[in-house]
Ligand binder design. Structure first.
Ligand SMILES: [Zn+2]
Length: 253
């Protein structure tokens, strides 16, 4: 693959954009930690009455710029409205984003640190998560430097109605789907990976496993191919996220 990684950008400026857009859209912005000189922030918005609780995270890999931008655009466009209670952690690895690297400044892949909590970022993030209620839906937003198209992982241990196929269909209107029979060493069908998980047997946990063990029974990790133009990747992520949100706030049947 190309050695050219993501163009670094200023995470503090991005946090400020989230704070501004979040305040306008009625979000509470909470600082739960810091990485380098950049705050780690969570945006939450609660509307009275029963609502599905939806958690969205991005930016744990610093060479994946489309995910934070996709979440910012959802906040700016008013998509994260009164239909749900929202929990958004948009920039989990500011140092990585500043350098354009997957890892943080100490070389830790933060999305493998959710079992042992070695990094200050993930210790702070898990500390924040422990103060939150369970989520009806969680989506971790990522990109992939090697994939041929959009794909996703589904963790759905109770066999709840799946959002995977509709999300893939929504993304397919914007960008190609990776139809490989195997992605990242796992069996894949139509761009959907449904890994069989035995969390205790896994030495390193990504965020999605931590969430399944502690916070949610339905989660997705969605991935766009980094080789496509940034705007296309942001649009594909938005399309999949909007579809999952629509189906969660208006359950089928
Ligand atoms: Zn990633």
């Amino acid at each position: 693959m190309s050695a050219v990684k993501a163009a670094p950008f200023d995470p503090a400026a991005l946090v400020a954009r989230f704070e501004g857009a979040g305040a306008k859209a009625g979000f509470r912005c909470e600082v739960f930690g810091a990485a380098g000189n950049c705050p780690l922030v969570a945006l939450t918005k609660r509307t009275a009455g029963p609502r599905p609780r939806i958690y969205l995270s991005a930016g744990s890999h610093g060479d994946e710029p489309a995910p934070p931008l996709a979440l910012l655009s959802l906040i700016e466009s008013g998509t994260l409205d009164a239909r749900a209670v929202w929990f958004v952690c948009p920039i989990l690895n500011p140092e990585g984003l500043a350098c354009g690297t997957r890892e943080n400044a100490s070389g830790t892949d933060l999305n493998r640190d959710y079992r042992h909590l070695d990094s200050p970022e993930i210790r702070a993030h898990v500390g924040w998560l422990r103060r939150q209620p369970n989520f009806d839906l969680a989506i971790c937003v990522h990109e992939d430097w090697e994939s041929k198209g959009f794909y996703l992982y589904e963790l759905n241990p109770d066999g709840r109605p799946s959002l995977a196929e509709p999300m893939i269909r929504a993304a397919s209107r914007v960008c190609p789907i990776d139809m490989s029979p195997e992605i990242e060493g796992r069996e894949s069908k139509g761009g959907i990976i449904r890994p069989l998980l035995d969390p205790p047997s896994r030495e390193k946990w990504p965020e999605s496993i931590y969430l399944q063990v502690n916070h949610t029974r339905l989660s997705y990790t969605i991935e766009t191919p980094s080789s496509l133009p940034l705007e296309t990747r942001v649009a594909a992520l938005q399309a999949a996220l909007c579809k999952a949100i629509d189906l969660t706030v208006r359950p089928r049947r």
